[in-house]
Every structure is written in C-alpha cells, then in structure tokens.
Design a protein around this ligand. Structure first.
Ligand SMILES: Cc1ncc(COP(=O)(O)O)c(C=O)c1O
Length: 441
C-alpha cells in the first residue's frame, strides 16, 4: 500500500478483511476521511489537508492529540522494562488509584479496566451484587457502552418512540441485532430529567442500579434541570438502588472530579474512561468503599467477578498517571481557559445564527458544546427528535469539514474543545462557521 493512499483505496483494501472496512461502526462517516496525523488541536488527512478538530476521537483528547508529556510517560513505561506481568499487584496501578481517589470525590476506591463499556458493565454487576436485584434503569438518549444490557435507546426517531412517555418507560430499541436486551426485560429506558418515571419503574420492578451520564453527551449536550441529579440521589436512597454516574465523557473534562463534583451530587459508583488517559485505553470504576469492596466479599455468592488480562495495563496506567498529574498541576489555568474558549464559541455561533435570522441554540458545559436548530436547548431526547433540523445540521457539519473544521458529520454530536485549542483556532472556526452557514441556508 502507498504511504498515504486516498480514503477510497484504504476502504477498498480494508473491506477485504474487515466488514465495512472499519472496526467501529461509530467511525463510519460521510464524507469518509482517512486521517493520518493528529497533533494538538489538529488532524491531517491523507492529502495533507489540516482540520481543526472538535471531535477529539469521541472526546478523550482533553489535552489535545499526541500531547508530549503523556506520550513520554507512555514511552517511558514501554522502554523502562515495564511489562504485563500478569501476576501480582503493580506499583503503578496503586499510584494511579491513589491519585484518582485523592482527586475524584465520588471515588473512595477504584479499579481499572480498558474501555468505558467494560467499566459500565462492571458497575451494573456491582449494583446487582450488592442489592441482590436484577433490573436496571437507563436513559432514553443516554449511551453507556456497547454491551447487551445498555446498547439501546440512544437515538430513536419520533416514529419509533411515539409520544412522550411520562411517567413510564420507553420501548426498548436495541442498537443492533444479536442482543438479549429485548428478551430479558431487565433494562428500562426512561426519559432524562424525569424523576417520576424512575419512581414508576421502581414501583414495578426490583431495580439494582440506575446508570446515567450526569449530563447527556451522546445526543449533543443535554443538561440536568435544577434539582434533577439531587432528585435521583434522593430516589436511590429512598428506594435502595445504586446511583451510577457514567462520567466516561464528562470525567476530567468538566472537572477532575467530574460533573459529580461540579453538581455536588455524589453517586454510589462512578465510571471514568476517555479523557482519564488522554487517548490511551483505560477506564475506571470507582465509588463508595462499601460497594467497591463487594469485589472482595468473602462470600462468592455476593462477590462480582472482576478480571481482565489488560486491566491496569502499564502503558495506559502511565499515561493516566501523567494525565492526572498534569491536570492537578495546571487545573487553575486549564479549566478557566476551557470555559473562556467555550463561552467564546457559544457566543460566536449564537451571533452568527441570530444575525441570519436562523432559529438555533447552543447547549454547552465548559469545553463540550453542541448547536441545535431549535428554539431552546433540549431537556431530553424527545425535545430533539421533535424540534431539531437533522438534515441541515449534517449539511452544516459537512460544509465545515470542507472548510477545514472537523465537526463530526453526525447530527447533534457533541463538539469538544481541548486545552490545545487556541483563541485563534476559535476565531478561525467562527469565520468558517459563518461561511458554512451562508452556504447551507
Ligand atoms: C457516556 C459513555 N459511556 C460509555 C461509553 C463506552 O465507552 P467505550 O467506547 O470506551 O467502550 C461511551 C463511549 O462513547 C460513552 O460516551
């Protein structure tokens, strides 16, 4: 194969060996692009064209692509003789656990896995082990990973889900075939920002755990209404299920202690991934000691099984240690900078839409933002599928990509600023945004 062949050639080659040519269906986009380099806030494609990146690999790159201190820490682990010993505790995993427990209030103890999906799976398992119940509640419009029990009800059309259900639960809509989610009926999808629906499900089923992103970031950015997270906390305490915050996207990005720290609502268990190792594959489940210690319950009937060849992999752990260290050392400059840049982006986009008389809004939390072509930011998925102009959204993203600004071309997908972005990048992005809007409307 040539060094940098065109994307069609890469796809054609890959399709011979990989179904569809790509190992994750979520990476399949139109226009298809083969990126060959990432550095800081930028990506380059096979033609050498540079893009300002707001996708951040689905959000891990909070410090930017190929951030030198983290790459160096990972390289040091590789060349320093560290290996996957496959037996005994590692000094590095203990160090990382200490750093996380010191900086994430929701984590009194923590254990490491590789992906967010593995981690949410374990959190649910712990919930079941400690409550002795089986049912779980997920959010309509939330994403918690690729495994059977939660891979459902992220994006449905109005035709699929029908009228708003409240209080009540939505019909389960698996993300694909071959899943048991429709048959087991252990999973219940309710509307986000709807406490009565949680109570409704709990009245009918013995619920072990409710898992939710504290703010939904897989259908753009959908924030909790005042009192919602506190309401979930109160319901968990009253009804005896475990409250699990899936901070795979929000952890480290909004604060070292995640959105839980910002909101002041402490879940029973918390799941981290993505930004925790700035692009290296590492995830964590943390939480209250009394729940985390179920992992070592002397009674095997009450002990959730936790194992993984690569859990606590030395390279990813080294990257995560450096990520935490870097954020601890620089948090007083990084988080305010992200807020300033995010606010500038939000104001700039709103100004462009309003000058052109286009009905639109921006939903944002710090560095994470999304625009919606509707009057006000959504409170749940239903608002989006009822009010958003999906076709124009994707057309605008494609026009931005043509102009060297990479907003992933999937409607409503959240954009991520990184600490590597500069005010000049934001300015350039807004100029291209204006030009793209002019081309699409
Ligand atoms: C909130 C949330 N939870 C869990 C996951 C699953 O993580 P992974 O893709 O690393 O398995 C994702 C991935 O996008 C996510 O956004």
């Amino acid at each position: 194969m040539d060094k940098n062949p065109p994307c069609e050639t890469v796809l054609e080659h890959n399709r011979r060996y990989i179904p569809g040519g790509i190992s994750s269906v979520n990476r399949s986009i139109d226009p298809a692009i083969t990126f060959v380099k990432g550095e800081g806030a930028y990506l380059w494609d096979n033609d050498g064209k540079r893009y300002i990146d707001y996708h951040a690999g689905f959000a891990p790159y909070f410090l930017g692509h190929n951030f030198a201190p983290i790459n160096q820490a990972a390289a040091a682990a590789l060349i320093g003789g560290d290996s996957l010993f496959g037996a005994g505790p590692s000094i590095a995993e203990g160090r990382l656990a200490e750093l996380i427990c010191e900086n994430v209030p929701a984590a009194q103890k923590v254990t490491f896995l590789n992906t967010g999906s593995e981690a949410t799976s374990l959190a649910i398992r712990i919930g079941r082990a400690v409550t002795g119940r089986s049912h779980i509640i997920v959010m309509q419009g939330g994403y918690n990973g690729n495994h059977d029990e939660v891979a459902c009800n992220v994006f449905n059309t109005l035709a699929e889900v029908g009228p708003r259900v409240s209080p009540g639960e939505y019909p389960l809509r698996p993300l694909g075939a071959g899943t048991t989610v429709t048959q087991t009926h252990f999973t219940h999808a309710v509307n986000y920002n709807d406490l009565e629906s949680v109570r409704y499900v709990c009245r009918r089923f013995p619920v072990a755990a409710l898992i939710t992103e504290p703010l939904l970031q897989n259908i753009g950015v959908v924030k909790p209404a005042p009192g919602y997270l506190e309401g979930l906390r109160a319901l968990a305490d009253e009804l005896g299920f475990l409250l699990v915050f899936d901070e795979v996207k929000t952890g480290f990005r909004h604060a070292l202690g995640g959105y839980s720290q910002l909101s002041g609502v402490t879940p029973d268990l918390v799941v981290y991934g993505k930004a925790v190792a700035n692009g290296f594959p590492l995830a964590a489940v943390g939480g209250k000691t009394k729940y985390m210690d179920s992992i070592i319950d002397p009674d095997p009937a009450r002990r959730p099984f936790v194992a993984g060849t690569y859990n606590g992999h030395p390279v990813a752990v080294a990257a995560a240690i450096e990520t935490v260290r870097y954020l601890v050392a620089n948090k007083d400059s990084i988080y305010p900078k992200m807020e300033t840049m995010g606010a500038a982006m939000e104001a700039g986009i709103l100004d462009i839409f309003s000058r052109r008389g286009i009905t639109a809004c921006v939903a944002r939390q710090g560095s994470a933002f999304s625009f919606y072509l509707m009057e006000k930011p959504p409170a749940d998925l239903h608002d989006i599928i009822q009010g958003h102009d999906f076709a124009r959204d994707v057309a605008l993203r494609r026009a931005l990509i043509a102009r060297g600004v990479f907003f992933v071309p999937i409607a409503t997908k959240q954009c991520s600023l990184s600490a590597a972005h500069s005010e000049t990048d934001v300015q350039f992005t807004l100029e291209q945004f204006e030009s793209a809007v002019a081309a699409v409307w």
